[in-house]
Design a protein around this ligand. Sequence first.
Ligand SMILES: [Zn+2]
Length: 524
Amino acid sequence: MTLEQSYRAIVGGTLIDGTGCPPVEDCVVLMKDDRIVAVGKRGELEIPEGADLIDASGKTVIPGLNDAHNHFLWMGMRMISTIDLSKTKSIAEAVELVKKKLGEAKKGEWILGRGWDDSKWEERRFIEKNDLDPFSADAPIVLTRVCGHMITLNSKALEVAGITKDTPDPPGGQVDKGQDGEPTGVLRDARQLIQPFIPPETQELALEGLDIACSHALSLGCTSIQDAGLDDFGVKAYQAAFEKGILKVRVNIMWREGLLKSMEGIDLRVGSGNGMVRLGPVKMLMDGSLGARTAALYEPYEDDPTSKGLTMMPTEELNEKVNKFHEQGFQVAVHAIGDYGIDLVINAIEGALKGSPRKDHRHRIEHCEILSSSQIERIKQLGIVASMQPNFAGEWSGPDGLYEARLGKRRLRQNNPYRFLLDEGIPLAFGSDGMPFHPLYGIWSAVNHPVKNSRITLEEAMRAYTLDSAYASFEEEIKGSIEPGKLADITILERDLTEIPAEEIKYVRVHMTLVGGEVLYILS
Ligand SMILES: [Zn+2]
């Protein structure tokens, strides 16, 4: 290869560069090896002779998308080993899929499903053991709700786990019981009761899963992901995938606190690791989900006046943990969805910062869904990163959606207030939490937020899914925007987003995805 041939140039198309600046028409992006070396307009920027040209006329050129919160490894494994219930429209339809799987399974094999969403079902209720028992006497069944915070077991699975009418609620969780006092099969934030009995995942499955997940991500224009909470099984899987050349997208790992023990001696400071796998913040959970009615609220749920949700640990414990990790120099990322849960996390971060002030901590609140204006003010003052999922607004914030059902009309307006956060200058990192994993759908959701006051512009949404996602993992110096010196992680969309109605963004397909200057996906 001659020197000239290591140049590659994207020519034409509209550039949205990830910084939030207005789009540039008829752009040129010049790359050399794995880096961007120059950005300009056609006719003004000289392209070295012999450079490999990519024509992007009529298309949009954007930074590779960076999903700041998802469960990528588990998503990949589940794509192989579980029933996808996410598109079902009724319990009856979900039951049919489970029956079909049961028909193909070996006797006594565990039947696992995922992605059911009662807010999208005709019946508008949770699936229970009674829906499954008539056809599954011998096979344990575990069906996970779309949020991951709620599961339904059939009677066989309850029996295997020893869950009876006498089983108490575990800390931070709930075993639903019916009028007769017997478990209904629904467990809220109590997966730990069944998990030890489910055959463990293997590294083989993990590698296969990551392979599939990477292809899926590239086809959606995603070049970086942040995996929200892994133990040593997950960290080892990513490491192995990297070594075997399976890993095609860049990964930042949020690690569970237990990892410190199992991987003693390993350097866990933020950003350690190679260019493909890095260890990021420590991940903790403070509350549950709105779907499972376990997100911690100040006022009761609209559709269950007896409940204000749950907290996963006592406030003292949260404060101690946040303080300890902060003092050790780590970044923390704490899951909090309800306004009460969010306040507890803000308080904990405030306390830690009082004890030992640190300017650039970038502590994160994951989800951060139900916010008041005073909370937004405190988040700004403390320099907290809001790590949010715009697809939640798209999926559940509309008329008769889940947010309205759980929160009522008044609090509905407080969900995912992106406009207000950006107006305060709060760093906003966008991810999907895998519901669904689809960055462009998230961008569409933020631009078309059903709560009109909370809408943001296309350029702002793009920045949240690129540069500010990179900021959330301390990587904004190397990626997240199309600027000289940055990694050549670039996505080309098949249409010019500035030329189409905002409602159509979600239908736009990815034309090409480059990671480190290499073309890893082309629309066929
Ligand atoms: Zn998550």
